[in-house]
Design a protein around this ligand. Structure first.
Ligand code: ATP
Ligand code: MG
Length: 437
């Protein structure tokens, strides 16, 4: 027992006061304008010293292949305690298969898990005992309404009994942590949108000016061709040179059109539409885009009484999303394959995307899957960046996915991607279900 002051009620009161003061200090720390990941180590230390436990840690939860798994992300250890941060057994622990279904149920419902390990169910003990834990307290962390992970306190030296008031106070610490995470996710999303908007404005003005320059060159070129023809001086070599200039003009024209499309998304006209119907309407165009080697499938992924619900988006912009994804899939499936668009609406109760990190709400999901060459982690990390491309100079502008992301974000949605080299890529677009329908 870390009973520095014995068990007298005075000592208990002193301990409570210390915990309360620590939660206040940790909260002040967490509200500083720095990334929460930078602030967390200090916050954990403050809480650890006040509670006099052996370890304080944070786990996050994510879905891997549909299975809810938890992983340790941060840890503070008291002097002399064996750290667990590098323990591979605490990475990607499946809650159900790992014997921690009870934890999942309690934490998801906003309830803590605490007590002596000796009194815990058989299935939970092995993993806790190897860490020499005698008693623990684990409080859920919520990002908005979504269960994000948990904040835990281990006592290893001896059993530590948690008083209700301590449990509640430490719950506040977990709430504050969740609020810090939530605030920063929102901030970074907003920054991303602002960056794209600024880039859009810049792209638009450059494209307009550039287009004017092109018009002058194209006009002069036409005159020149006419003069050469009139003088009977076009000849083979000059003809080829003229063609090269024409081709370059074409290419430059395409580039400016893409830049204009990219920036125009800000002036979209959202309507309440069914993504499934839009995809079906665009099917001929999409089929052409994926080329003759690959197949295209558009699937209604609704099941039972669940219908695909409408979303609010500019239909032209939605078509632009689908077209960009289709062209990318075609490029990735040079040997042929299949591209599927599957549309479904997620149940409000379903944790749609706990692995995709979103706040709650009702979402219509458009899943776009190809079986192409996939992306390496490096490419994946940059895929959405404007002007990032792995394609030859004269093929890709690198604006496709950033356009897609811009449209999705401006429509209040989210886009996620997973990819395996040699197997394929899946884009998941979540659009909020339109309330008026
Ligand atoms: N379905 C996919 N499979 C594999 N890699 C992909 C896929 N989609 C995108 N990528 C990768 O992401 C990069 C960026 O894609 P993006 O659509 O933004 O630009 P691009 O296709 O290279 O050029 P653009 O679309 O402007 O012509 C691509 O160059 C490619 O490396
Ligand atoms: Mg592209």
């Amino acid at each position: 027992m870390h009973s520095a002051g014995g068990n007298t009620s005075e000592a208990k009161l002193a301990r409570r006061d210390a915990i309360l003061a620590a939660v206040t200090r940790a909260s002040e720390r967490l509200s500083e304008p720095l990334p929460w990941t930078t602030l967390v180590p200090d916050a954990l230390r403050i809480l650890g010293e006040a509670t006099r436990v052996s370890r304080v840690y944070i786990f996050d939860v994510e879905r891997r292949d549909g299975v809810e798994c938890v992983s340790q992300r941060f840890e503070w250890c008291a002097p002399g305690v064996t750290p667990q941060i590098d323990n591979p057994a605490l990475q990607g622990v499946p809650l159900d298969a790992g014997g921690f279904t009870r934890w999942g149920e309690l934490l998801r419902a906003g309830e803590p898990v605490f007590g002596d390990i000796d009194e815990f169910p058989e299935s939970e003990r092995p993993l806790l005992e190897v860490q020499e834990i005698k008693s623990l307290l684990v409080q859920p962390i919520f990002e908005g309404k979504r269960w994000w992970g948990f904040l835990g306190f281990d006592a290893c030296a001896s059993v530590q009994s948690w008083e209700r008031v301590e449990v509640d106070t430490l719950r506040i610490a977990a709430l504050l942590l969740g609020a810090a995470i939530h605030r920063q996710t929102r901030e970074s999303q907003m920054l991303e949108v602002q960056k794209l908007e600024a880039l859009g404005r810049m792209a638009s003005s450059v494209a307009h000016d550039f287009n004017n320059v092109l018009m002058v060159i194209a006009g002069a070129m036409e005159l020149l061709k006419g003069e050469l023809d009139a003088a009977g001086a076009r000849g083979i070599a000059r003809g080829t040179h003229c063609e090269m200039v024409d081709q370059a003009l074409d290419r430059a024209g395409t580039l400016t059109r893409r830049l204009l499309e990219f920036s125009r998304r800000q002036t979209g006209r959202p309507q309440v539409v069914s993504p499934l119907e839009l995809l079906r309407r665009e099917e001929p165009l999409l089929r052409q885009a994926v080329g003759s080697k690959a197949r295209l499938k558009i699937i209604d992924g609704s099941s039972g009484s669940r219908r695909v619900e409408s979303v609010c988006i500019d239909p032209t912009e939605f078509a632009q999303i689908a077209l960009n994804l289709a062209v990318n899939a075609r490029d990735a499936m040079s040997k042929g394959g299949e591209l599927t668009f599957e549309v479904s609406t997620l149940d409000a109760t379903e944790p749609p995307a706990s692995f995709d990190r979103m706040t709650d709400g009702r979402w219509t999901l458009i899943r776009c899957t190809d079986c192409g060459e996939g992306m390496t982690t490096d490419v994946l990390a940059q895929a959405f960046e404007p002007f990032f491309t792995t394609k030859p100079r004269d093929r890709g502008t690198g604006l496709g996915l950033s356009t897609v992301q811009g449209i999705v974000t401006a429509s209040g949605g989210h886009i996620r991607v997973s990819s395996t080299v040699g197997h394929g890529t899946e884009f998941r677009i979540y659009l909020p279900v339109a309330s008026a329908h």
